[in-house]
Design a binder for this molecule. Structure first.
Ligand code: SF4
Length: 175
């Protein structure tokens, strides 16, 4: 059974970035139901938010950077961030275009459970010096947390993950 799970996660991490590939949402939801995982991630984000708030940069929260296509960048997330996101709220709205479905009316509607990249990224030039090193440092910590908590690691495009969760929700509704 263990070998089978390892194989499934390996398969997942290799093929996940292919649009239409099958992310194991059921496994992520199982992780999301573990209180020690949720608590560890809450502490992780509290600490990250404190660090970020101490840096010189301003976010005007217009959610422009959440429209990935027009802004010209991507957001990548880890398995633990996705599990925390699932633990704190409903399944996401449908991904209709190359934008995060939580970006509406110029605002993020998932602020409490948004991934690390959403918190660290600022378009303010004042963030140029610190956001790269901070992202590296926090991602290294996240990677270690996957090992500590026994959660298989991946690092995948946010929209690929959200589409997989949408598909999972639709399949559940249909069955
Ligand atoms: S979760 Fe919020 S901050 Fe992150 S991409 Fe979506 S709308 Fe933007």
């Amino acid at each position: 059974m263990l070998l089978l799970n390892v194989f499934r996660w390996l398969w997942n991490s290799v093929f996940l970035e292919t649009p239409g590939s099958n992310i194991l949402v059921e496994d992520l939801l199982r992780v999301a139901r573990r209180p020690e995982v949720v608590e560890a991630m809450r502490r992780f984000f509290d600490e990250a938010d404190r660090d970020i708030a101490a840096q010189p940069a301003t976010c005007w929260n217009r959610a422009e950077c959440c429209h990935f296509g027009s802004f010209g960048h991507r957001l990548y997330v880890t398995a633990l961030e996705v599990s925390y996101y699932l633990a704190l709220g409903e399944l996401p709205p449908r991904v209709a275009d190359d934008s995060c479905p939580h970006a509406r009316d110029g605002k993020c509607h998932a602020r409490e459970r948004r991934p690390l990249g959403c918190r660290v990224f600022y378009c303010d030039p004042a963030a140029e010096d610190w956001q790269g090193p901070m992202t590296e440092r926090r991602l290294a910590r996240l990677r270690a947390m996957h090992e500590e908590l026994g959660v298989p690691y991946f690092y995948v495009d946010w929209l690929v993950v959200l589409r997989a969760i949408n598909r999972y929700g639709n399949d559940k509704t249909a069955s």
